[in-house]
Design a protein around this ligand. Structure first.
Ligand code: HEC
Length: 114
């Protein structure tokens, strides 16, 4: 590899690292509040389902556009959107369900302004 190629490569690498750390830090981690909300609402919720949903959300929903801000839409709009988006993708029903639980939990446990 010559020097210029190496510099360009390093630049792209550091930009990607920066981009990934920005996107992931902006999105809520799972806390006790979230787990309580989810297990009350969906009695069959397994303990790690929300964090799996979070990972699936980050991995699958930021490929075509930037990761959507959860509080930008209300619950019925989210159900519709997740349904619509996942039809285009090869996601297992189980995974779609985890994404939905994650999104609705974050939405309903955040202090919304509107
Ligand atoms: C195959 C590409 C693709 C993937 C993967 C994808 N989306 Fe989208 N998404 C789009 C396109 C194209 C639009 C804009 C057109 C539209 O609204 O249908 C969009 C729009 C959106 C919007 C904005 C809608 C609005 O009214 O402003 C949200 C929210 C969204 N997607 C959520 C998701 C979620 C959640 C996932 C993961 C389950 C996901 N997307 C995965 C292509 C994708």
């Amino acid at each position: 590899m010559n020097k210029n190629k190496f510099l360009i490569f390093s630049l792209i690498l550091s930009l990607s690292v920066l981009l990934i750390s920005c996107t992931t830090s902006a999105i809520s981690y799972i806390n006790q509040n979230h787990v309580e909300y989810a297990t009350n609402r969906w009695t069959n919720t397994a303990t790690n389902e929300l964090s799996e949903g979070r990972t699936l959300y980050i991995q699958n929903c930021s490929g075509c556009h930037s990761l959507p801000k959860i509080t930008d839409f209300n619950e019925s709009k989210w159900i519709e959107l997740i349904d619509e988006m996942s039809k285009e993708m090869k996601l297992a029903d189980n995974d779609v369900n985890k994404i939905q639980k994650y999104v609705l939990t974050i939405l309903n446990t955040s202090n919304k302004i509107n």
